[in-house]
Write a protein that binds this ligand. Structure first.
Ligand code: TXA
Ligand code: MG
Length: 365
C-alpha cells in the first residue's frame, strides 16, 4: 500500500491526513494562545498540555465541537468526556443548578474540591442542560476537573469555554505525555498542538463518583484513596469482583486502553522474568524491558535485548511520570515482546498497576 507522509494504517483502513498539524511552543500565555482560542470558539479541537496527560480539547457546550473530538480520536461515542473548567464560577455552565441558582454539589464534596482543585481529580456531578449530551454519552452526570497546568488554565479562561477533553491519543493507545506523542497519533487530524513540555504526573486524573454511597473511585490516579479517606471515610475503589458490580461504573472500563502495538507481558512474579527473557532470546525474539529500578537491569551481550529505565529506585511517582513515554518508546523499537514488572499497589502504585494491567496482553504469575 502506498503511504503518503503522515498517513497511518488504522485497523484495515489507510487514514490520509486531512490537514497540516502544527506544534506551537507556548512561552507567553497572553500572546501564544490566541490562535488556539479562536479555533475553540469556532468549535475546532486543539491539543493542550495538562499536568496529567495531554488533552484533545473542544467546547463542551457545542455538539459540533464534541462530535469532532470523537471523530479525531476514533473514540466510541458511549465513552463520555471530562469537562475542564478554570473557576468555580464556570461550574454554573456545566452543573445542574439548585433553587438558589447555585451548582448542585453535595455538601461533603466541597471540602474535597477545595483541597484538590486545581489538580488531578475528576468528580461526577449532576449534568447541567448547557453541556452537550454527546459529551456525557447521554448520562445524567458530567465528569468535571479543574486542571492545574498554567496553559490549560489560561486556555479555558481566555476562550471563556468549559472544555471537554479526553487524552489526546488515538483511542486505545497509551495517553500522551508530550506534544510529540500527540503528534504521532493525531498528525493530519488536528490543526494545533500546544506544547507545554512533559506532563508532570504522567497518568490520567483520579475519577471519583461521590454521588453514590459509598463514594467510589472509578479510575485510580495520583490523588489516592488514602488522601480522599480523610474527607470521605467510607470511600471504596471500584473493581470487578468486589461486590460493587451493580454500581454504575465508568463506561471507559469496558474499552481496551493504553496499548502499544506490540504485546506487553506483565510479570507479577519477578523471579520468572530472567528465565522467560533467556528463553525468548534463544528463540531469536527481540525484547524491550521496562525497568522499575536498577536492580532489574540485566546484563547480556545479546543486542536483541534492551532496557528502558522508568526509575532508578522504584519510586512510584517517577514510574508514573515515565510509564506512557516508556510504553511508546518500547513500541518504537519494534520488539516481539515488551516486558513490564508489577509494582506494589499502595497509593500511586494502584494507578500504575491499573494502567499496566490494561496495557498487558498477557500476565505471568
Ligand atoms: O487526566 C485526565 O483525566 C485527562 C486529562 C486530559 O484531563 N483526561 C482523560 O480523559 O483521561 P479520558 O477521556 O481519556 O478518560 C475519561 C474517563 C473515561 O474512563 C470515561 O469513561 C470517564 O472518565 N467518564 C467521563 N464522564 C463520565 C461519567 N459521566 N460517568 C462515569 N465516567 C465518566
Ligand atoms: Mg484516555
Amino acid at each position: 500500500m502506498n503511504k503518503s507522509p503522515g498517513s497511518q494504517i488504522i485497523g484495515r483502513f489507510l487514514f490520509r491526513p486531512l490537514m497540516q498539524t502544527r506544534i506551537v511552543q507556548v512561552i507567553d500565555l497572553q500572546t501564544d494562545l490566541q490562535e488556539a482560542t479562536s479555533a475553540l470558539k469556532c468549535d475546532k479541537p486543539v491539543v493542550m498540555p495538562t499536568e496529567t496527560v495531554y488533552g484533545l480539547a473542544a467546547s463542551a457546550l457545542s455538539p459540533v465541537a464534541a462530535a469532532s473530538i470523537f471523530k479525531v480520536k476514533n473514540r466510541p461515542v458511549d465513552n463520555p468526556l471530562i469537562v475542564h473548567i478554570s473557576s468555580y464560577e464556570m461550574l454554573k455552565d456545566v452543573v445542574e443548578l439548585n433553587e438558589q441558582d447555585q451548582p448542585n454539589i453535595p455538601d461533603m464534596l466541597m471540602p474535597v474540591l477545595e483541597r484538590f482543585w486545581p489538580g488531578p481529580l475528576t468528580v461526577l456531578l449532576p449534568k447541567g442542560p448547557k453541556v452537550s449530551d454527546l459529551v456525557t454519552g447521554g448520562l445524567e452526570t458530567v465528569a468535571v476537573r479543574m486542571p492545574r497546568h498554567p496553559i490549560a488554565k489560561a486556555l479555558i479562561e481566555q476562550s471563556g469555554l468549559p472544555l471537554a477533553a479526553p487524552s489526546a491519543n488515538l483511542s486505545g493507545r497509551p495517553s500522551p505525555t508530550t506534544a510529540e506523542h500527540s503528534l504521532a497519533d493525531l498528525e493530519g487530524r488536528v490543526e494545533l498542538i500546544l506544547d507545554g513540555g512533559k506532563s508532570s504526573f504522567g497518568l490520567e486524573s483520579t475519577v471519583l463518583n461521590a454521588l453514590v454511597d459509598p463514594p467510589l473511585i472509578l479510575r485510580p490516579g495520583s490523588i489516592t484513596i488514602s488522601m480522599l479517606k480523610a474527607f470521605l471515610p467510607n470511600i471504596q475503589i471500584y473493581k470487578t469482583g468486589n461486590g460493587l458490580e451493580d454500581r454504575p461504573p465508568t463506561p471507559g472500563l469496558k474499552y481496551r486502553h493504553y496499548s502499544p502495538e506490540k504485546p506487553v507481558i506483565l510479570f507479577y512474579n519477578h523471579e520468572k522474568v530472567d528465565k522467560h527473557i533467556d528463553d525468548w532470546l534463544s528463540e531469536c525474539k527481540k525484547i524491550v524491558r521496562l525497568v522499575n529500578d536498577l536492580n532489574s537491569l540485566k546484563q547480556t551481550p545479546d543486542t536483541r535485548y534492551s532496557s528502558i529505565v522508568l526509575s532508578n529506585s522504584g519510586d512510584p511517582t517517577e514510574i508514573a511520570h515515565n510509564l506512557f513515554d516508556g510504553l511508546r518508546a518500547a513500541d518504537a523499537q519494534n520488539p516481539d515482546y515488551i516486558v513490564c514488572e508489577s509494582v506494589c499497589e499502595d497509593d500511586e502504585g494502584l494507578a500504575i498497576m491499573n494502567r499496566l494491567a490494561k496495557a498487558a496482553s498477557q500476565s505471568v504469575y
